[in-house]
Design a protein around this ligand. Structure first.
Ligand code: ARG
Length: 594
């Protein structure tokens, strides 16, 4: 029996390329552009003939016909499993037969099977994801949540696609603020080992900075502490280390609650002795030039960066954000052998990353270092209900930890309300409700963020994210719990092969619609992977839950005919697996009971 490929779209894509390569009017460069189709027309549509014909000034319908004639005489696609036709001005529509749908569903039975199927696309690739990256001695704020949540989803997705992923937290742990901090620590004789909250460090910083501003002598005192730190003075080194440790203890609580774990925490300080080589190489290659004592890089071919400098060394000789980022890339390529570098950082830093990548491309090419693929995964701002950047009532930026706690509290109220609707015997215990509230609350925050296109700003709304209707975490988590309860009540275990034995191919419209939606999962993973935009996956899961509801309302699962019961159990079970797999990729936990 022929092997069932994970991604039918890819099979079709490859078949078309193969056939096109042998045709005079096409050729090996032809891109068939296979996309999921409007379900009324089929499962997939190849849109590539139109632009190809336009460029060649040929009739697209004629070229399309030529291509599908060649497809029919080749052995590339088995017409028993995939059918196709020419449509409109030159599209080719592909439809998977019910037998093919059945066999795919039999093959991709579990989370593991899906993983194996998806896992070939990034096999052998090492990808470093740089995300979260807060600054020490400063509270993580709501802006960091987007980086943490998006970065974690992207890391999981890449792992799912087979990449070796290195999660790196590039914390901001070096800079001029340490002079003031160290002065304050010494002056107040603070025991840093007792500090659990970054807020206390922030208070110290405020005192140091007030002192710094109070007189020229005070300014000198703080600057001396910084110089001593930079020269490796043991006492100041120790204080700096303790500040870093205390900050990390506080960050760690948030990472634990979000189930986010880093492989590396190589902050800016790690690169401070690695910047000299960068200056030397950039100067040697004439990429950097001295400008009033500072070292800068211009990009003459770029509209803005031909005059807007990329400052890589400050006037006083100190390294900065840019020099440490340059050293970081070299280290990631030389030490970790990274093929791809992803930066999950807010859009206001777009210029920094554009200048950084341009500089690295020229520098690495000139040095014959392997140039990694580099992408800035920028994201928009979280807005309050008033449409401005979100703030607390007293006007400060919202703290991440407060936000997470409030989410859990609010979810608890929703859970309790839901329980009241149930007969006494079916209500959850207090402990179970607390667990449900935790999963729903944290899930709601994450999902609200991920379901938005990451480059857009979005309005933070408790009411919307905790709603049981619409594209929300509570809606999807309920869909999962409902599927579990369907199986519990029928006395079956989801995914149990014996319950699915003898399943016949889907027949009713609602069954076929659900099967096709399930088979669209690989294409959605590919799209989410290539754009690195998790909202594609969210939209798909939301649609899938809807298609399942339609199926479930129309088709009774536990019927007498064994083959019909088996195929409906299979459809329900695959829906559950795809929903759970998808939600886990996004970083959400799921529940069997709610
Ligand atoms: N610490 C920086 C900030 O809070 C983000 C660092 C991002 N990563 C990087 N390699 N530049 O803005």
């Amino acid at each position: 029996m022929e092997q069932i490929a994970f991604s039918p779209a890819q099979v079709i894509d490859m078949a078309l390329r193969q056939v096109a390569a042998g045709l005079e009017n096409f050729g090996a460069e032809f891109d068939p552009q296979v996309r999921p189709a409007d379900p009324r027309h089929g499962d997939f549509q190849a849109n590539g003939v139109l632009p190809w014909a336009k460029q060649a000034r040929k009739n697209p319908r004629q070229l399309g016909q030529e291509l599908i004639d060649a497809l029919a005489t080749s052995n590339e696609l088995n017409p028993l499993t995939v059918q196709w036709e020419l449509a409109g001005p030159g599209f080719i529509n592909f439809r998977l037969t019910p037998e093919f749908l059945l066999r795919w569903l039999e093959t991709y039975r579990s989370d593991n099977a899906l993983r194996e199927g998806a896992g070939s696309s990034d096999q052998g690739r090492t990808v470093m994801v740089d995300y979260s990256s807060p600054n020490t001695a400063k509270e993580m704020h709501v802006g960091h949540i987007r980086s943490t949540v998006i970065g974690e989803a992207v890391a999981r997705l890449l792992e799912f696609c087979g990449a070796k992923v290195i999660r790196d937290n590039h914390i901001g742990d070096w800079g001029t603020q340490f002079g003031m901090l160290i002065w304050a620590v010494k002056h107040h004789q603070t025991d840093l080992t007792k500090i659990e909250e970054v807020a206390e460090l922030e208070a110290l910083y405020r005192q140091g900075s007030a002192h710094y501003k109070s007189s020229p002598e005070a300014e000198d005192e703080c600057r001396m502490e910084l110089v001593k730190l930079q020269q490796g003075d043991p006492e100041n080194q120790q204080i700096w280390q303790q500040i870093t440790d205390a900050s990390w203890r506080s960050f760690q609580q948030i990472y634990d609650s979000l189930d986010v774990h880093f492989d590396e925490v190589l902050g800016e300080s790690f690169y401070r002795d690695k910047v000299d080589r960068i200056y030397a190489e950039l100067i040697e290659l004439n990429l950097a030039q001295e400008d009033q004592g500072a070292l800068v890089v211009f990009h003459p071919e770029h509209q803005r960066f031909k005059t807007q400098p990329f400052l890589v060394r400050k006037k006083d000789g100190a390294s900065n954000y840019a020099s440490t980022d340059l050293a970081t890339i070299l280290y990631r390529v030389e030490h970790f052998k990274a093929d791809e570098l992803l930066y999950v950082v807010g859009l206001p830093q777009s210029d920094h990353f554009e200048q950084l990548f341009l500089t690295v491309q020229k520098w690495f090419a000139a040095k014959n270092y392997p140039v990694p693929e580099m992408r800035h995964l920028g994201f928009g701002t979280v807005l309050g209900e008033d449409g401005k950047a979100i703030r607390t009532r007293s006007g400060e930026s919202v703290k991440l930890r407060d936000l997470l706690n409030e989410a859990i509290e609010r979810a608890r109220a929703t859970v309790d309300a839901k329980q009241e609707e149930r007969p006494e015997g079916e209500r959850l215990s207090d402990e179970e409700r607390a667990e449900v509230a935790r999963v729903v609350g944290l899930g709601a925050i994450r999902y609200a963020d991920l379901s938005q296109n990451r480059t857009s700003d979005y309005k933070f709304s408790w009411e919307q994210m905790l709603s049981l209707e619409g594209n929300t975490a509570p809606y999807l988590l309920y869909a999962v719990a409902r599927l579990h309860s369907i199986f519990r009540r029928a006395g079956y275990t989801p995914g149990d092969a014996s319950a699915e034995q003898g399943a016949s191919a889907p027949e009713a419209d609602e069954e076929i619609a659900l099967a096709r939606k399930l088979l669209a999962f690989p294409a959605v993973i590919e799209q989410t992977r290539s754009d690195l935009r998790p909202h594609f996956l969210c939209t798909y899961l939301f649609d899938l839950a809807g298609v399942f509801s339609t199926f479930y309302n129309a088709c009774r699962v536990i019927v007498d005919e064994p083959d019909v019961r088996a195929r409906r159990l299979m459809l329900a079970s695959r829906t559950l697996t795809v929903l759970e797999t998808g939600l886990h990729l996004l970083g959400l936990e799921t529940l069997e009971r709610m």
